[in-house]
Design a protein around this ligand. Sequence first.
Ligand SMILES: [Zn+2]
Length: 490
Amino acid sequence: MKTILTAAFVQETNRYCPGVSSRQNFIDYTAYNGKEEILRGYKDRRSDFGAMIRYFSGRENYDLIPIIAWIAAPGPVVEQSVWQMVCDTLLEAIKNTPKVDGILLSLHGAMVTENSEDGEGDLLEVLRRQVGDTVPIITSLDLHANITRKMLANADAFFPCEYYPHTDDYDAGLRAADCMRRTLEGQITPVMRCCKLDMVLPYMPHAHPAFAPLLAEAQSLRGKGNLIDVSICHGFFPADIYEQGVAVLAVADKDADLAQKTADVLGEKVFAARRDLRRTFLTPKEGVRQALQSESFPVVLADVADNPGAGASSDGTELLRKMIEMDVQDAVVATIFDPETVAKAEEAGVGNEVEIDLGGKVVPQITGGPIRCKAYVKMLTDGKYRNRDIMNTGRIVNTGKTALLKIGGIYVIVASVRVQCYDLEVYRSVGIRPEDMKILVVKSTIHYRTSFGNVASAMLDVEAPALAPQCPEAMPLAHSRRPIYPLDDI
Ligand SMILES: [Zn+2]
């Protein structure tokens, strides 16, 4: 019988978000402790960690023991005590297990804590020290991982998801689990090498014409000869760490030279494409005008830079302000983070009008400040709904106490918990049929495209001032090594 300890510890850090990602932020999202809670929580959940559990469930000769699964929405740096608690829990589990044969983790790769730029590297280092060099440590990652030297030195193989939207994190979990099984059965000895590039990528959908061929090449190499896996991590520039940036990873069976050469050759191609790996965006005014000129509906206006999934405040008001000014009808906005306004709506009650200062409170100097207006309270809910489309299917999203307000012809979903909504259920959960609307506003960068693509006649990316600007040049990136493209023209 082989014993594998498994855990998930995930948070993507936007260093420019004020505050810390606290214990409560994890509890609001996912905080399962111990085998029973984790198995119950991941029963119908399609994710990388769910894939690992499913891969080994019922498999003879394996005992996969889930220890802890703590996940927070992207946001500010992680409170050190949370990192320490997860680390201590894992160390204790290792000590209490007579023989640990493998450690299989679901991590993100862009976690900054209060004390460290490298949350994952620190964790892997502690675990490696505890179990020694002969126990494989294998990890799934997010596409937006910033791969550091410490991470590389303390793990046997990384398996990042590779699509953006991340519709394939389940597959990344399966790739990691399969590698673990084959390693423990003596079929392979994975060695990983990395080609780290001096470039940071803007948020880049995998289908971008300049990126798609690079991804196709990585995928075509996988499984060829002694190559187990080849992948491209985009990095996450809002984490702003010294070692941030794009990295090409190659995992080979025993052959370190092959892994390094493969990563280097593909890495050179990615770097050569850097000037083409750029994107452009509409202003709020341009976006609203284009949407209104459309011949078929609904049109999606994605407020891409105010995406709480990249750590933004999700309370930016510029796009909504423009829509009110232009007297837009039959539109719905999801979601504006503003617990204060939800409380006011609750106090006023359903069916009444209320005077509000909506949104723009977290970083008013950036996002445009609150909109003072009268709103009609249409509905109040507990903010819970279940994702139905193919991204994170089955996950219960919790926007906290939530109010559906109507301002002129525009419905606005106001939330008390900051979380990225990328499934059309966010509208249906407050009784709105997205198909009946002319304009659907969502605060999401790329993830919304799978679900919204099912009903939208067009999806327009609008950039208003917010905490997750789309181009790296718009952020200070004070901690990054230099020179780095596009901050430096190399
Ligand atoms: Zn990501």
